[in-house]
Design a binder for this molecule. Structure first.
Ligand SMILES: Cc1cc2nc3c(=O)[nH]c(=O)nc-3n(C[C@H](O)[C@H](O)[C@H](O)COP(=O)(O)O)c2cc1C
Length: 234
């Protein structure tokens, strides 16, 4: 697919309304739409243009149930973390209650999504130290220490494209990462090879809840001009 599909909504409308949707109709999602969503995903950039991503599209009811059981197990753990954290200051009690209720819904209903998409990235072994010039070797430990932090950078742009493509097509989705707590078991269910890591598990379907608007902290609260601490005037 080299020509982009058309969408009736503008890009900014998509960005401002593509909220996390976790409630779905049971109706199947046509295969062509899933192909279209993934075709949009792979337009994203990746470090070194490696494109070492892959996507597992799960529609088999039994496999979805296995994933849902692992997601439930991981969410029990995550809920204990949420309970011991205060409500984020920028959310009202009602917004936080809704967030917990919506997240909690997925713990018990993940298998009901017509599609569960798992976004993966192959791990790459770093080059042997001895093959590198001395000036590179001198900083190599610091470089290797950074790799954990940047490991998701080559898949999350593609994942955001999935969210926006779903929005444009009238589908709903949400990025979830709780499953990573039990990633080995998820990989075993899906037969994902050892050198491939999973970065997001996304239910996709026709939403029963409405899109947007997305409320966020204002730009002025999260942006600095020229250096940290100097307020951005906008
Ligand atoms: C890195 C990341 C991990 C997330 N993990 C989960 C998750 O495991 N389960 C879930 O229900 N939502 C998850 N979310 C979705 C967020 O909770 C959601 O985007 C946030 O509450 C804002 O909701 P909104 O986009 O509808 O405003 C995750 C989002 C991100 C970016």
């Amino acid at each position: 697919m080299s020509k982009p599909p058309s969408s009736d909504i503008g890009l900014f409308e998509a960005m401002y309304t593509a909220r996390s949707l976790r409630h779905f109709k049971p109706d199947p999602v046509p295969e062509t739409l899933i192909t279209q969503v993934i075709d949009a995903a792979i337009r994203a950039s990746s470090g070194g243009n490696t494109q070492h991503w892959s996507f597992v599209v799960v529609r088999d009811a039994k496999v979805k149930q296995q994933l849902a059981a692992l997601y439930r197990k991981a969410s029990d753990y995550a809920s204990a973390i949420y309970s011991s954290r205060p409500r984020p200051e920028h959310l009202t009690d009602e917004q936080y209650r809704q967030f917990l209720a919506n997240s909690g819904h997925l713990w018990d209903h993940l298998a009901e999504a017509p599609v569960i998409l798992i976004a993966c990235l192959a791990k790459r072994d770093p080059p042997e130290r001895a093959t590198l010039p001395e000036r590179v070797q001198a900083r190599y430990d610091a470089h290797l220490a950074n790799t954990l932090r940047i490991s998701g950078s080559s898949i999350y742009p593609a994942i955001q494209n999935i969210i926006l493509a779903c929005r444009a097509l009238g589908l709903g989705t949400v990025i979830t990462t709780n499953h990573i707590l039990y990633e080995d078991e998820v990989k075993a269910v899906l037969g994902i090879p050892e050198n491939v890591a999973t970065f997001a598990l996304m239910p996709i379907g026709w939403p029963t809840r409405k899109y947007g608007p997305l409320t966020r902290k204002p730009v002025a609260d999260v942006t600095f001009a020229d250096r940290w601490g100097t307020r951005w005037p906008g």
